[in-house]
Design a protein. Structure first.
Length: 364
């Protein structure tokens, strides 16, 4: 198992259209959520969204003849990621957008990497916390305080809505390192794992929604804009977006693909301004820039970089314990960047892995 190397120019050319498309799709999702919660309870909207997305991916699975995972252990982990990475954050964004502007929700989505790093360091122990990363975290959370406008006081529906959006981003920040540790790297395609994750989220929502929000209304009882929004959220923002995202990972690597985080708020703000006539106060875009600056520092895109380590001598490489049946890898290849939270590539030999250096660099 090796880590992805820096993508070449041809790979980046192939990846760029998908990168921009994904940023636009996920950035516009906040607009569709805003429209959807006008007539649907947030849980009902999430149920319809996940159901439509799952149906879209099931059709793709049938066309491509891809099988779902079979091991109960994988499904058990997918229940966790389905709850924390799909059902709960989608619903929290719905609750949040009942109280705040859609573009502000898009800004809060960009705080996800700030949660990923401390969770990966403290809970899952898949990352190391350096002084630069700690500084980036402090800078990012300073940006969070600026976006919240804490000097104006706390409380009120608008502040509560922002906290709900922050809670949604926190769910993503927990689900991503969990997925990296327990799900990614299995012998299943990203399409199969994504479909299975949506199915587990759909099952959870089908149980919870009737008790909390009541039975969802029939689509014929909804207005046209809401029906279109639900379809766009599910088929495009959840189904098609997952396919594009995993293609981006395959073409350019997880770290590069994860930088879509930087563009999602831009699209969310532009769409909110021109489609809904929303307005931001001065401190919200300023805080968003500080947040993104902190994210860039934590992911090593800004600041001093350590020189790459020389590979271990071939005669006596340092090794680390691995599970039975897997090859033993040089110890220094186990360091991963905070952006590599979604996938690794399976191929190569220990020597090749020793030469491959990790990249540095993540919806609604």
């Amino acid at each position: 198992m090796t880590f992805e190397s820096t993508p070449d120019r041809s790979a980046l050319r192939n990846w760029l259209p998908g990168f921009l498309a994904l940023a636009a799709i996920w950035g516009s999702s906040f607009l569709f959520i805003k429209i959807g919660v006008r007539e649907l309870h947030p849980l009902q909207l999430t149920l319809y969204r996940v159901g439509t997305g799952a149906l879209t991916l099931l059709i793709l699975l049938a066309v491509l003849r891809v099988r779902l995972p079979r091991e109960p252990r994988i499904w058990a982990h997918l229940v966790v990621t389905g709850a924390l990475g799909v059902a709960l954050p989608f619903t929290l964004f719905g609750y949040g957008e009942q109280r705040v502007e859609s573009m502000l929700a898009g800004i809060w989505n960009a705080t996800t990497p700030l949660v990923v790093l401390p969770m990966a360091v403290l809970a899952f122990r898949t990352e190391r916390l350096t002084a630069a990363r700690a500084g980036g975290l402090l800078l990012g959370f300073l940006g969070v305080l600026i976006v919240l406008g804490v000097w104006e006081g706390v409380g009120g529906a608008h502040f509560t809505g922002q906290l709900m959006c922050l809670g949604a981003a926190t769910c993503y920040g927990i689900a991503i390192p969990y997925q990296k540790k327990f799900v990614v790297g299995q012998s299943y395609s990203g399409l199969a794992l994504s479909t299975a994750q949506l199915l587990t989220a759909l099952a959870l929502l089908a149980v919870v929604t009737p008790f909390v929000a009541g039975a969802p209304p029939a689509p014929t009882a909804l207005t046209g804009p809401v029906v279109v929004s639900v379809a766009a959220l599910g088929a495009v923002g959840t189904g098609l977006a997952f396919v594009i995202h995993f293609r981006n990972i395959r073409v350019a690597g997880a770290s590069t693909a994860a930088t879509v985080t930087y563009l999602i708020p831009v699209f969310a703000v532009l769409i909110g301004v021109f489609a809904l006539g929303e307005r931001l106060t001065w401190h919200q875009p300023v805080g968003a820039l500080v947040v993104l600056l902190g994210v860039a520092v934590t992911q090593g895109l800004i600041g001093p970089r350590r020189p790459p380590r020389a590979p271990a001598p071939p005669s006596s490489p340092a090794t680390v314990p691995v599970a039975a049946g897997q090859e033993r890898l040089p110890a220094h290849t186990t360091s991963r960047s905070a952006g590599q939270v979604l996938t690794t590539r399976s191929a190569g030999t220990p020597q090749r892995a020793a030469r491959s250096q990790p990249n540095r660099c993540q919806s609604s």
